[in-house]
Design a protein around this ligand. Structure first.
Ligand code: SF4
Length: 298
């Protein structure tokens, strides 16, 4: 997020709770969606989140949440009671000063409390998503892993992608999966984990004799687009068939114009047919999407 923040969407452009649940139900009943993840911005600031989770869980799908964990200490139990299965928490450093530098907030303690509450509420395995940035926290990979293993959190490092609001990403500046693994292997013995990866983005490694693992999501240097089975629905009702899609398909307009479930499902299918084979970050014609990560969700 830029220091000055981003503009809020006008209220009436955001799907209301019933609209969110209806679109999720159409995806589940008509398109075979089996897992729903709530992302952001920050999903914990959504009023009505617990109820949306409950109604989604009642559709018989797995539910999870990606969050910065501020406020999770307060909400973890209610979310678990509503049927939430798991959480992923974004945390790039466990050093107070680096955390402050990255987030511009002095709230590391609240994130730690959120992680503990999630684990106590049974929202596990609790996963931590970390992004290493050169000159900021790229020396902290082993420290993050040690900290996570001690607390039985599953740490995953994610290569930084060109989705920042400032358009400041550069391939040279990015810390690669190879560099991350090299830094970890200076202190830990890593073995490729046995379990099949399927369409999961993380390459998993067992740490030492286990049972702890660490994941590396090499979205840029080892893309896994061929196995990607994800679709994103934005808070304002747009379908994005890829994180890097340059076009979106408007389901909100159809919904508010009174379209039947079948019609909305058909529009959704058409939106997915245009999904490209890969993100094309290495292609000279690559263009960063207009929406930054904080407006798409991870
Ligand atoms: S870049 Fe697009 S296609 Fe590739 S894994 Fe991400 S969302 Fe899926």
């Amino acid at each position: 997020m830029p220091a000055e923040g981003l503009d809020w969407l006008p209220d009436d452009s955001v799907l209301n709770d019933d609209e969110v649940v209806r679109l999720v139900r159409i995806g589940v009943e008509q398109l075979g969606i089996r897992e729903v993840r709530f992302t952001g911005g920050e999903p914990l600031v959504r009023r009505g989140l617990v109820d949306i989770v409950r109604r989604t869980h009642d559709l018989g799908v797995e539910t999870s949440l990606t969050t910065n964990a501020l406020g999770l200490a307060r909400m973890a139990e209610a979310l678990a009671a509503a049927g939430l299965d798991r959480v992923n928490v974004s945390l790039d450093s466990v050093r107070a000063e680096t955390f402050h530098q990255i987030t511009r907030r002095d709230r590391l303690k609240d994130v730690v409390a959120g992680l503990e509450a999630a684990q106590a509420a049974g929202l596990g395995p609790v996963k931590i998503n970390a992004v290493l940035m050169r000159g900021v926290n790229d020396d902290q990979a082993p420290e993050l892993l040690r900290w996570s293993l001690e607390r039985r959190y599953e740490l995953r490092f994610i290569e930084q992608m060109p989705l920042d609001a400032q358009h400041g990403w550069s391939r040279e500046g990015m810390v690669t999966a190879d560099e991350i693994l090299m830094a970890l292997e200076a202190e830990f013995v890593l073995q490729p984990a046995q379990e099949p990866r399927g369409s999961a983005p993380a390459e998993l490694f067992q740490v030492g004799d286990g049972p702890g693992t660490v994941g590396v999501i090499a979205s840029v240097t080892r893309p896994f687009c061929g196995d990607c089975d994800r679709v994103r629905l934005t808070a304002d009702g747009q379908i994005r068939n890829c994180l890097f899609a340059r076009e979106e398909s408007d389901l909100r307009a159809a919904l508010r114009a009174g379209a039947a479930d079948e019609d909305i499902a058909e529009r959704w299918v058409v939106a997915m047919r245009g999904k490209r084979a890969g993100h094309g970050i290495d292609d000279p014609s690559f263009l960063q999407p207009d929406r930054p990560m904080s407006a798409i969700g991870g």
